[in-house]
Design a protein around this ligand. Structure first.
Ligand SMILES: [Zn+2]
Length: 274
């Protein structure tokens, strides 16, 4: 199963802390007053085709909405302590006026977030209000990635380094009779985090895969059987990814702890609402 990170330009709107304080207090350890919190709504992700030529389907957005309630907001996808800056207390999907590149009505998954209105968070609140933070991105787990043209599973062709489906539609190509080929992301199994990103993520930088992914196993087999990679045009990129993977070990450990904490908080929340 692939964990996917998806970015979106930051669009926030201040929310009414007084009106939402009861919702917020469902997730806080001590009872908070409206003056103690800063809260806002943010478009977390949508159903448009993104720069990785993928999109969340409408069904996926609807399924993700409840999965994000109670989840953590971090900065720059770093789970280390101090980077956990807020919590999502409500979510909904809304129809926007625009259309997607595929010609469908644009739908956005909106998250309402609260942060403690204190000195520690002052810099980030100022950055949100001043528009310095450029992007948000979500980390979710997706079971199905299929071709938009035929619905077949897509995988990397390790000879061409391109994504293609069983019927050989190639991701990003336009076919005269069938149209533009992109990936549909379906069947989400979990939502992990919303992250504020100060610098827009590089193309392809955000997509990671679980260790037991068959595509990754296949990639390792290919790498291990190849006598000389130094001339390969993407060798430098591969090295960079390998370095990043090992550097992220500390983050992964911190993230595991926070996700366990989240599970406990969400369990308490659900019991209170039975
Ligand atoms: Zn196809």
């Amino acid at each position: 199963m692939a964990k996917v990170l998806k970015s979106l330009s930051l669009k926030t709107k201040k929310a009414d802390a007084a009106a939402d304080i009861d919702l917020i207090n469902q997730f806080s350890v001590k009872k908070l007053s409206p003056e103690e919190v800063y809260c806002f709504s943010v478009a977390m992700c949508d159903n448009d085709i993104d720069r990785e030529t993928e999109r969340f389907t409408n069904k996926t957005l609807d399924a993700l909405a409840p999965m994000f309630v109670g989840k953590t907001v971090i900065s720059d996808h770093s789970w280390r302590s101090g980077n956990q800056i807020g919590r999502i207390y409500d979510t909904f999907v809304q129809r926007a006026a625009e259309q997607t590149q595929a010609g469908d009505p644009l739908r956005q998954l909106i998250g309402k977030v609260y942060m403690l209105n204190n000195e520690d968070n002052k810099a980030i609140i100022d950055a949100i209000e001043a528009g310095i933070l450029k992007e948000v991105s979500v980390g979710v787990s997706i079971k199905s990635r299929t071709c938009s043209l035929c619905g077949e599973r897509m995988h990397i062709n390790w000879s061409s380094w391109k994504m293609e489906c069983e019927k050989h539609h190639i991701l990003g190509e336009t076919y005269p009779d069938e149209g533009f080929c992109f990936l549909n992301l379906d069947d989400p199994s979990d939502a992990y985090e919303l992250s504020f990103v100060a610098v827009p993520a590089q193309r392809n930088a955000g997509v990671t895969k679980a260790v037991n992914d068959p595509d990754v196993d296949e990639a390792f087999d290919t790498l291990l059987s190849c006598p000389d990679l130094s001339e390969h045009r993407r060798f430098g990129e591969l090295l960079k990814h390998m370095q990043q993977s090992s550097m992220q070990a500390v983050d992964r450990e911190a993230r595991k702890k926070i996700l366990e904490e989240n599970d406990n908080i969400i369990k308490i929340f659900k019991k209170e609402n039975i």
